[in-house]
Design a protein around this ligand. Structure first.
Ligand code: 5GP
Ligand code: ZN
Length: 112
């Protein structure tokens, strides 16, 4: 499968990895939108949050725990935003499920 995040997980293409365990990996976004911009991915491929394949609920929940952990390690543990773009129409461009961890600058409310 020609998936850029699978290739990062396998080490085939390089990334600035900040965290790794048996289920997940976190690395710096190549085109950061905020001073801290990390991506948390499951090591197992899943297309998106709309098609999570054989990921378990525990594995999905683990991604959130890792997101908070890497935000804290990056020094933004008190103020960060998670984003999961799902589907092309919502801005998803890489079809391997990933959680954006955004922080390091003041962010306005998106809704409400
Ligand atoms: P999406 O638009 O799918 O929500 O987010 C994909 C993200 O992956 C983008 O923010 C983009 O900058 C990042 N990205 C795309 N290709 C690579 C890559 O090869 N390495 C890294 N580190 N990030 C990438
Ligand atoms: Zn993949």
């Amino acid at each position: 499968m020609d998936c850029v995040f699978c290739k990062i997980v396998s080490g085939e293409i390089p990334a600035q990895v900040v965290y790794e365990d048996t289920v997940s990996m976190a690395f710096k976004d190549a085109n950061p939108a905020t001073p801290v911009h990390l991506l948390v991915v499951p090591k197992k491929h899943a297309d998106s949050l709309a098609d999570t394949g054989d990921l378990t609920e525990a594995e999905l929940g683990h991604l959130l725990k890792v997101a908070a952990h890497v935000a804290t390690d990056a020094g933004v543990g008190d103020n960060f935003r998670l984003l999961i773009n799902t589907g092309e129409g919502a801005g998803q461009s890489v079809f391997h499920l990933h959680v954006h961890v955004l922080g390091g600058k003041r962010m306005g409310r998106l809704i409400g």
